[in-house]
Design a binder for this molecule. Structure first.
Ligand SMILES: CCCCCCCCC/C=C/C(=O)SCCNC(=O)CCNC(=O)[C@H](O)C(C)(C)COP(=O)(O)OP(=O)(O)OC[C@H]1O[C@@H](n2cnc3c(N)ncnc32)[C@H](O)[C@@H]1OP(=O)(O)O
Length: 289
């Protein structure tokens, strides 16, 4: 779908992703939640999350991620993309709970469409993608990491990764589940997803949700080394192979995008789910206090 039509699909009346972002951020001061640094000679870009305090994937953040991805995909000099957090400690705390709590159905629908768009773009990204997981990585953060071709995690037992949705009383949608199954296999997913497990680095490596665990001060150099290995493969062959492997999973969501949005809106709007999210947010506050 062309850029302009995708933007219109996300927000009716908008002519481009730029216009979408302008509307999304209209009520807030413009800020950059995503920092992109490009090494043109190496053909590698690093996308750093900068959305304090915990890099939650707010509507604004998701929109900025999509815009930046689109720009990089159009830049033929960039062949590889590394994701990381600008501040070690939290890679991403996942979807922004405040975009899923206490809002109206139109907002939930807009948010979910943007999250779908991000996943579709990341999962089909023609660049080599590597997640450098330098902090906590629950739920949506884990989803982003799993869309990458390779995951390197810092060896810090305080950091955990996994799809913990059930612990919040919510359900990971089928395409989160599909991404997990494609990463760690069916049986491990049955256990992981139902219990909402968050794995520390050694266990994450054992179950296969990450591919490499390295000392924290080596996480970036390790990601660059992995990138160099992947970039040694001719792009066209690797891209077609990736597309072939991932197409059935992508098609599964594309076929039922609108139904998935409706399902999300009706699920998240339920009183019982809203109450559960309220309690979870309170628990996070109390933990802090
Ligand atoms: C049928 C199918 C239909 C579909 C059904 C629906 C499908 C939904 C799928 C959902 C996917 C998700 O990603 S749901 C999101 C899951 N995420 C999580 O469970 C992570 C929760 N957060 C944490 O565990 C921690 O914050 C962690 C990331 C480890 C960082 O710990 P720290 O001690 O550094 O920081 P904290 O003190 O906890 O948090 C700092 C502040 O950030 C806030 N905060 C933390 N995480 C946040 C988040 N995700 N969104 C918003 N705000 C968040 C806290 O409330 C604090 O706010 P103040 O007190 O105000 O400062």
């Amino acid at each position: 779908m062309a850029l302009a039509s995708r933007a219109r699909a996300l927000l009716p009346g908008a002519r481009s992703w730029g216009a979408v972002l302008a509307r999304v951020t209209a009520q807030r001061a413009m800020s950059h939640r995503v920092v992109v640094e490009t090494d043109a000679a190496a053909g590698v870009a690093v996308m750093k999350f900068r959305n304090p305090p915990v890099n939650s994937l707010s509507l604004e953040m998701v929109t900025e991620l999509v815009i930046n991805l689109e720009k990089l995909e159009n830049d033929k000099t960039v062949r590889g993309l590394i994701f990381t957090s600008e501040s070690p400690g939290v890679f991403s705390s996942g979807l922004n709970l405040l975009d899923m709590y206490g809002r109206n159905p139109a907002h939930y629908a807009e948010y979910w469409k943007a999250v779908q768009e991000l996943w579709l773009r990341l999962y089909q990204c023609p660049m080599v993608t590597v997640a450098t997981i330098n902090g906590a990585c629950p739920a949506g953060g884990c989803l982003i990491s799993m869309t990458c071709d390779y995951r390197v995690m810092a060896d810090n037992p305080k950091y955990t990764i996994g799809l913990n949705e059930t612990q919040l009383g919510i359900v990971a949608p089928f395409w989160f589940k599909d991404t997990l199954v494609n990463t760690i296999g069916y049986r491990a997913s049955e256990i992981s997803l139902q219990l909402g497990l968050l794995y520390p680095p050694a266990e994450a490596l054992r179950v296969g949700i990450v591919d490499k665990v390295v000392p924290e001060d080596q996480v970036h150099s390790a990601a660059l080394a992995v990138m160099a290995q992947w970039l040694a493969i001719p792009d066209h062959a690797r891209q077609l192979t990736k597309a072939m492997l991932r197409k059935p999973t992508v098609d599964n969501l594309v076929r039922q995008r609108d139904a998935d949005i409706q399902q999300f809106v009706s699920f998240i709007s339920r009183d019982s789910i809203q109450k559960g999210l309220q309690m979870y947010l309170q628990m996070l506050k109390q933990k802090k206090a």
